[in-house]
Write a protein that binds this ligand. Structure first.
Ligand code: MG
Ligand code: MG
Length: 257
């Protein structure tokens, strides 16, 4: 497993590097959003992502991670996460694509994900994308020093529940810093037992609801990477790296003009 470190509290110097790592990643996503369009392959997106990351002075942290063969995960329609970029997968008008991407800057990782519509998409797809994004913001309302980790999980679950969407349970958010994946694991669903660790200022976390239009059940594709919905329904993903503070959390991977 990749949980190769304890929960860490970042000092001011580390926080400054995390901020810069996040800022650079936010620029990558701004470029990716503009790049996605009908007719391009997911491999072209990957090539563009890697070039953009390196051009900004970052290093792609997904590339070769446990053998992953790309700098960005490209998950189309019923693919939830960890889709492998391919020259044979061409985006069509009406598709949705989740891009999950990260980088390392001076030893510090950032990680974010967005789901984009390709051209004009259905109202159902748009709603799913919007609600997934909003569930992240509902979750991080609780990401305040002194609260408990699972307060975040419950807030995401409570936000999603009235919409009737599925919340993927097999994959979670995570701590992040000198490693892409650090403790703690951050579920996106209500835990029946326990409250999780107490949140402290200086923790940096990647919060990432993965939401399905139908059943929450997922399966792994033949390639052993791509996670897809069991019922073939659409899935959306939204993630940012955040910094826990005594007050409102700071979102490190949101683009600022
Ligand atoms: Mg990610
Ligand atoms: Mg992540």
């Amino acid at each position: 497993m990749f949980w190769n470190s304890k929960v860490t509290i970042k000092n001011d110097e580390e926080i400054a590097l995390m901020r810069e790592s996040g800022r650079l990643l936010s620029i990558v996503f701004k470029e990716l959003e503009a790049y996605v369009r009908p007719g391009i392959s997911t491999k072209e997106i990957d090539t563009f992502a890697e070039k953009t990351i390196r051009g900004l002075g970052g290093v792609p942290n997904f590339l070769n991670y446990e053998g992953f063969p790309g700098s960005v995960c490209t998950s189309v329609n019923d693919q939830v996460v960890h889709g492998i970029p391919s020259e044979y997968e061409i985006l069509d008008e009406g598709d949705i694509i989740s891009l999950d991407c990260g980088l390392i800057y001076k030893g510090y990782h950032s990680d974010a994900a967005r789901t984009y519509g390709v051209g004009k998409i259905s109202k159902e797809a748009k709603d799913l994308i919007d609600v997934t994004r909003r569930s992240f913001f509902a979750g991080i309302e609780k990401a305040v020093a002194g609260n408990r980790l699972y307060d975040i999980s419950r807030a995401i679950d409570d936000y999603i529940a009235p919409h009737g969407y599925g919340i993927v349970r097999e994959l979670t958010g995570h701590g992040i810093g000198k490693n892409l994946h650090e403790e703690p694991m951050i579920p996106n669903y209500k835990k029946l037992f326990g409250r999780g660790i107490k949140l402290k200022a200086g923790m940096t976390l990647a919060i990432e609801p993965m939401i399905t239009y139908g059943s929450r059940r997922v399966v792994w594709a033949e390639d052993d990477w791509t996670v897809i919905t069991e019922d073939g329904s659409l899935a959306a993903h939204y993630e940012n790296t955040i910094l826990v503070t005594e007050g409102r959390p700071e979102i490190l991977t949101l683009y600022k003009e």
